[in-house]
Design a protein around this ligand. Structure first.
Ligand code: LLP
Length: 444
């Protein structure tokens, strides 16, 4: 969508980029009910057409920028394939994500691996992958990581993650920019990269990430952050020569509340350009949430309705093991009843909880919603980012299935984890089932 000068060839139409925000109310209730009937609940539904539109909108706001999708938001192979088709690369946080990106057909020259205290097994895998194709880029966040790469014989494409000393984001647990865990302290960046260059590494870029879920009103913090990265990029280029790219990470927030406006992409793009000024390197971004959050919903069915003193507790079949964000960050997710005639029911305050034996296992507390009855289907919105990826099998609950929609057609993208899988890797189970014929797996 960009020509070599970095200017947009043609402005994409609204039909291509879609509206700036897709609310839970915009989803087709009939389709969601059909999917729940066919594939059962809990069920993740991800609309790849919306993922495409989100990418196109972002790319249109940042025509001169290279976009690498942060795989951690949703590492389904179909998401990688869809975004790669649009021109995105993939930013991976683990060997597993690199493996999944390669398996989805993303070429190594479109993969960046960002190492955060990487386990040895991760480095072994990624160094092997780079030996297969040396176009892969490794981003190190500590001098130790560079030593450990050198120990493995790697001296290929190296980017350095720097700690910009400024963080932002929707919750203190995701404001990485000022957290000493992430990146080399800014004042050590030049010497660390000069040393790496002396040792023969191909120094290609610097990287920084401010945090996740940054809202539009954090523009000042954004300017300050990008300005610091710019200063560092200049200092590094002065010491080790031209850089190929400067990567300012991800973090674009999305509106989780029904009345929250979408982020002003044009404003953020202008502030980024202004703060970056003249830097002789390509600008890169690594958004995760922005591309997938509003493309996904989680469907769940009510199984228990309990009138308790002062509240109504609705038990559903998804829980904190299915969607962790409310329990971990007190995150708000919109919830909609898809029951026939729900809009005509009286609105009452209801607390929606999962099946896990923890009081944190709550999707909302005393939220006004149409009265929910046993068996009703609910949709939880903005579940496309950090939903399935953070799911676990705590309480020995198998993870749910995922359905994708592409060109308007829905299909099963990932089967529900069978119950037997929760013990499959135990030695005594392996021994007991060795030689036994595995039960047929239903392909749904
Ligand atoms: N790049 C790096 C190096 C990152 O660490 C992250 C996110 C991203 C890019 C993408 O950030 P995004 O555009 O998605 O905001 N589980 C949390 C979010 C954790 C994000 C961690 N890093 C949540 O559900 O809110």
């Amino acid at each position: 969508m960009t020509d070599p000068d970095g200017t947009a060839e043609t402005a994409p139409s609204d039909a291509e980029t879609g509206p700036a925000v897709r609310r839970l109310a915009d989803w087709d209730a009939v389709l969601l009910r059909e999917l729940a009937d066919e594939f059962e609940t809990p069920l993740y539904v991800l609309d790849l057409d919306r993922v495409r539109a989100n990418y196109r909108r972002l790319a249109a706001a940042f025509p001169e920028v290279e976009i690498y999708y942060a795989a951690k938001a949703n590492a389904l192979g179909e998401v990688f394939a869809t975004l790669a088709d649009e021109g995105a690369g993939v930013e991976c946080a683990s060997a597993g994500e690199v493996h999944r990106a390669l398996a989805a057909g993303v070429p190594a020259d479109r993969i960046h691996y960002t190492a955060v205290n990487p386990p040895g097994r991760d480095l072994d895998y990624v160094v092997d992958a780079a030996a297969e194709d040396d176009a892969l880029t490794i981003t190190a966040g500590a001098a130790d990581t560079i030593d450990r790469l050198a120990d493995r014989g790697y001296d290929g494409r190296l980017c350095l993650r720097v700690n910009p000393g400024i963080g932002a984001g929707h919750h203190e647990k995701v404001r990485t920019g000022a957290d000493a865990k992430f990146g080399v302290p800014a004042e050590r960046a030049v010497e660390t990269l000069a040393d790496a260059a002396d040792r023969g590494f191909d120094v290609v870029g610097i990287h920084a990430h401010v945090g996740s879920g940054v809202s539009g009103d954090a523009l000042e913090a954004h300017r300050e952050f990008v300005g610091r990265v710019r200063d560092l990029a200049r200092a590094v280029a002065g010491a080790v020569g031209d850089l190929e790219f400067v990567d300012v990470g991800g973090g674009f927030g999305v509106p989780y509340h029904e009345d929250e406006p979408p982020i002003d992409l044009e404003g953020v793009a202008a502030a980024t350009r202004e703060a970056l000024g003249e830097v002789d390197a390509r600008l890169m971004l690594e958004p995760g949430r922005y591309l997938v959050a509003d493309a996904g919903v989680l469907l769940t069915a009510a199984n228990t309705v309990k009138e308790a003193p002062g509240t109504i507790v609705v038990g559903v079949d998804a829980g904190m093991t299915t969607l962790l964000r409310p329990a971990l960050y007190d995150a708000y997710h919109p919830i909609r009843s898809l029951a026939a005639g729900a809009d005509d029911r009286e609105t009452v305050r209801q607390t929606i909880t999962g099946p896990i034996c923890e009081s944190a296992d709550v999707f909302c507390t005393d939220r006004p919603l149409p009265r929910i009855g046993r068996g009703d289907l609910l949709a939880i919105g903005n579940a496309g980012a950090y939903g399935y990826e953070m799911a676990s099998t705590y309480n020995s609950r198998p993870r749910p299935a995922s359905v994708t929609i592409a060109d308007g057609e829905a299909r099963l993208a990932r089967r529900r984890e069978p119950l037997a899988d929760v013990s499959r890797l135990e030695r005594r189970v392996e021994e007991a089932t060795a030689g036994a014929t595995a039960p047929p797996e239903v392909d749904r």
